[in-house]
Design a protein around this ligand. Structure first.
Ligand code: 5GP
Length: 190
């Protein structure tokens, strides 16, 4: 998505640990116009797939999921992060290692809100090694729901998570795929 790629080139910042900061427009300060275009683009790619629920993980996926939900007319369910595994039995749970913080969180959704009749689209801001998406897929599988695919704003292609998912048959649509990045250059997959 050209608009997103241009914005990453203009305002994205590369930090140590292969972290791309997009805090100035996507996941801290949010450019609502860009967010709306991201939502529209996700909707265009999945509008024929009968999505009944959009699943993301708190916190930075929520805004993007809501932007997509507006056009797909499906509700957003966000997995909550809990530092303990001692949570209510009425939840589906999965363990996810955080890319940016290094700790392991239990992510959970209430069983009431995800069922075997759902067709679920996963949405997130970043895809790196794929831990967050794998955790969300586990929640979908526990519910017996159908995974429609994953819509990601920014995939860091060089970290392999997206291609491994595609190889295993998951439909992954990323609006910008970063193929390499360093302090002074960043390239996208074409
Ligand atoms: P993964 O689980 O695929 O390794 O990493 C994806 C998750 O880690 C996303 O939910 C995102 O919040 C975070 N993340 C991974 N890489 C980056 C990055 O370069 N920048 C930011 N801001 N978040 C990232």
């Amino acid at each position: 998505m050209q608009l997103l790629e241009e914005r990453i080139l203009r305002d994205g910042k590369v930090y140590p640990g292969q972290v791309l900061k997009v805090s100035g427009f996507l996941n801290h300060l949010i450019d609502e116009n860009l967010l709306d275009e991201v939502g529209k683009e996700i909707s265009a790619r999945f509008s024929e797939d009968g999505v009944t629920k959009i699943l993301t993980v708190e916190a930075s996926g929520i805004a993007i999921a809501c932007a997509a939900a507006h056009y797909l007319h499906a509700p957003v369910l966000f997995a909550k992060k809990s530092k303990t595994s001692n949570v209510s039995d009425n939840c589906y749970k999965a363990e996810v290692k955080s890319y940016t913080h290094g700790n392991v969180n239990t992510v959970l959704v209430d069983k009431e809100f995800l069922s075997s009749s759902d067709r679920v689209l996963i949405v997130d801001d970043f895809l790196a090694h794929g831990a967050a998406v794998h955790g969300l897929i586990s929640l979908i599988e526990q519910a017996g729901a159908c995974l429609v695919g994953c819509a990601i704003a920014i995939e860091k292609g060089f970290q392999g998570g997206g291609d491994a998912l595609r190889k295993s048959g998951v439909r992954v649509e990323s609006l910008a795929i970063v193929d390499s990045m360093s302090d002074d250059s960043l390239t996208f997959r074409k």
